[in-house]
Design a binder for this molecule. Structure first.
Ligand code: 6PG
Length: 620
């Protein structure tokens, strides 16, 4: 509100754009009779204004049922403002653009297209009853600063909401706050179990002094600027759906929910479609890096609709890790659940990298190295095979508890939260031979049969490994060979999914956001960023062809030595088996086809007929 010429329309328009809510100019809502009167040069009286102000009041109420809006109106008298905010006093926020008579008079007359008679402006000032409950803005500020002031002071709301204060949620809150964002944090209240989680967390960290802490959903949602940006960091699975239902009654059109958990990509699409019917945007995003990554800079893999992403990008890209060139390890991945899909594959690749290191360490142990020596060997590989997982595995082998190494005291049953399982299922569904991921996953499953393993170990004695005839350098080369195959398979799965679902994913960009912050960051990943600029198949790259050829003899030797000495090395072995398969020009599948045709008349095609015609033989 404010007198004619104070800049209401300009500021109202800008503000509505900034807040992404509709804009209405009160002057556009006059009834025909008022327009006729004004165009005849007559001033409106209060009776003329009554209906018009009521119309604007109805408009405001209607908008509030959907979201909110900006309405500009001179609203010079208190009684006009009372009509305008009737029944919606609490939701109405008055902004008074104030300036002196001289200021506005000069401003109006300096505009070539506008001349305001001083009499008219004076009558406006005479009528004006300055509001007491409004936020008063000095119009000599630049429009940009006016908008900023309004947003900061009047709205006094948070820019970003974090729902769920588990390990990752907490770290992300601190990361956002450390980057200067005003955030609201929520954790549910469960009597006697989860009480005052958000408030206690805020009290523990000085960087959270400006953050708002809640354990009631309504308070949390209402504390957020619109369109609201709410990131869920809760357990993947059904919980996400429950949380969405809890949030929905409090949300407004165009609000954005971001799921930062390891959700299934198909579920993400379902949730995206469901929320679309409610006018809410849904962004499924992979977040990798564990607790430390989330705090200092994770790799972030968001997907969904691009416009909604642009509204959360400033937050996600600021808190993300940065690559070698200082660019954020966060990019819009693609539509639907593609972000969750690539995070799932990331985890599959992670399973294999972890399994390979476990196998390698087992081989080094069989070569007689103690944990300290294993750590030294792994440490010496940094120059050739640097990766985050190599680094942490080195540290793990150094860690002592009392006189013994901690790693020797850990029960040999590997846990999993399901993403490796999904990657294997997705590979099978898409027909992609992702054998290493399956192998790493099933190795974890085998580990779970601890009692049976102990029992069978009694019946089937193992070779003594003293005959193991390999060097540590050969182990390194076999490891490097298998890692290349692992990355080939992981990205192949992404490429195939991209084709099938028409996601149009950029493999180079995906590799780039995995060069820092995430669990599978490595120098190999850095090399892949460039390689994927020219090809979607890394085994066609001249440099990698040479490296694979160089490492293959060691891979063969290490795997065969492992087999001869009864050392379990499924991922290393699968790497060489897969490689032999994918590089064999004439495979054994002709025999499979003949068998299928023999017992089921499934037919086969012939090498000497390229038309694709199907043949059947009576094999008897
Ligand atoms: C990451 C990790 C993270 C988590 C996995 C562990 O990228 O930060 O992958 O997502 O550690 O969920 O998965 P498992 O429990 O299945 O090993």
């Amino acid at each position: 509100m404010g007198v004619s010429g104070c800049g209401k329309s300009t500021i109202g328009n800008l503000l509505s754009k900034e807040l992404d809510i509709p804009f209405f100019d009160g002057d556009d809502f006059h009834p025909e009779s008022n327009i006729t009167k004004m165009s005849n040069g007559k001033a409106l009286n209060d009776d003329d204004r009554q209906g018009w102000l009521e119309t604007l009041n109805h408009l405001a109420k209607k908008q509030l049922t959907k979201n909110s809006c900006v309405i500009v109106c001179s609203a010079l008298k208190q009684k006009y403002r009372d009509i305008l905010s009737q029944d919606i006093h609490k939701q109405t926020k008055w902004i008074y653009l104030s300036g002196t008579f001289e200021q506005i008079y000069e401003r109006m007359n300096s505009r070539s297209d506008h001349f305001m008679p001083s009499k008219l402006l004076k009558s406006q000032f005479d009528t004006l009853e300055e509001p007491k409950d409004a936020m008063q803005i000095d119009i000599s500020l630049s429009p940009k600063n006016i908008i900023k002031t309004i947003k900061n002071e009047l709205m006094n709301t948070s820019e970003f909401g974090l729902f769920g204060l588990g390990v990752m949620g907490k770290s992300l809150c601190r990361n956002l706050a450390n980057n200067g964002f005003k955030i609201s944090m929520f954790n549910r209240h469960v009597d006697g179990v989860e009480e005052n989680i958000a408030k206690n967390f805020k009290a523990q960290h000085s960087e959270l002094s400006q953050a708002e802490a809640f354990d009631d959903i309504a308070g949390f949602v209402n504390s957020l600027q619109q369109p609201r940006r709410i990131m869920l960091m809760v357990n993947a699975g059904k919980t996400i759906d429950y949380v969405i239902e809890d949030l929905l009654p409090h949300l407004s059109e165009n609000d954005i929910i971001i799921d930062g958990g390891n959700s299934n990509y198909k579920k993400t699409k379902e949730r995206f479609d469901y929320l679309k019917t409610k006018g809410i945007h849904f962004i499924g995003t992979g977040v990798s890096g564990g607790e430390e990554g989330a705090l200092k800079g994770p790799s972030i893999m968001p997907s969904g609709d691009k416009d909604a992403y642009s509204k959360v990008a400033p937050f996600l890209e600021t808190i993300a890790a940065k690559d070698k060139n200082g660019l954020p390890c966060c990019t819009y991945v693609g539509p639907e659940g593609s972000g969750q899909f690539i995070k799932m594959v990331h985890n599959g690749v992670e399973y294999v990298e972890m399994q390979l290191l476990a196998e390698v360490a087992t081989i080094l142990k069989a070569l007689g190295q103690n944990p300290n020596e294993i750590a030294n060997t792994l440490d010496s590989w940094k120059d050739n095979a640097s990766s985050y997982l190599l680094e942490i595995t080195t540290a793990i082998f150094k860690k002592k508890e009392g006189d013994d190494w901690l790693v020797n005291k850990i029960l040999d049953k590997a846990g999993n939260k399901g993403t490796g399982n999904w990657t294997t299922i997705a590979s099978a569904e898409l027909g992609v031979p992702n054998t290493l991921i399956a192998s790493a996953l099933f190795s974890r499953y085998i580990s779970f049969y601890k009692e049976e393993r102990i029992q069978l170990n009694e019946s089937f004695k193992k070779e003594n490994t003293s005959q193991l005839n390999i060097t540590t350098n050969e182990v390194l080369e076999a490891y490097q060979f298998a890692r290349i195959i692992n990355h080939y398979q992981g990205f192949k799965l992404i490429a195939e999914a991209s084709n099938k679902f028409e996601w149009n994913l950029n493999l180079s960009e995906i590799a780039r956001i995995w060069t820092n912050g995430c669990i599978i960051r490595s120098t190999l990943m850095e090399e892949l960023v460039n390689i994927f600029k020219d090809t979607t198949n890394i085994l066609t790259n001249t440099q990698l062809i040479a490296i694979v050829n160089q490492y293959k003899p060691a891979a063969k030797k290490v795997v065969s030595q492992c087999i001869l000495n009864d050392i379990t090395s499924p991922a290393l072995a699968e790497a060489i088996q897969f490689f032999n398969g994918i590089t064999t020009a004439y495979a054994s599948a002709n025999i499979i086809q003949a068998q299928r045709d023999y017992f089921g008349a499934h037919t086969y095609q012939r090498l000497d007929d390229t038309s694709g015609k199907s043949y059947h033989t009576n094999w008897n």
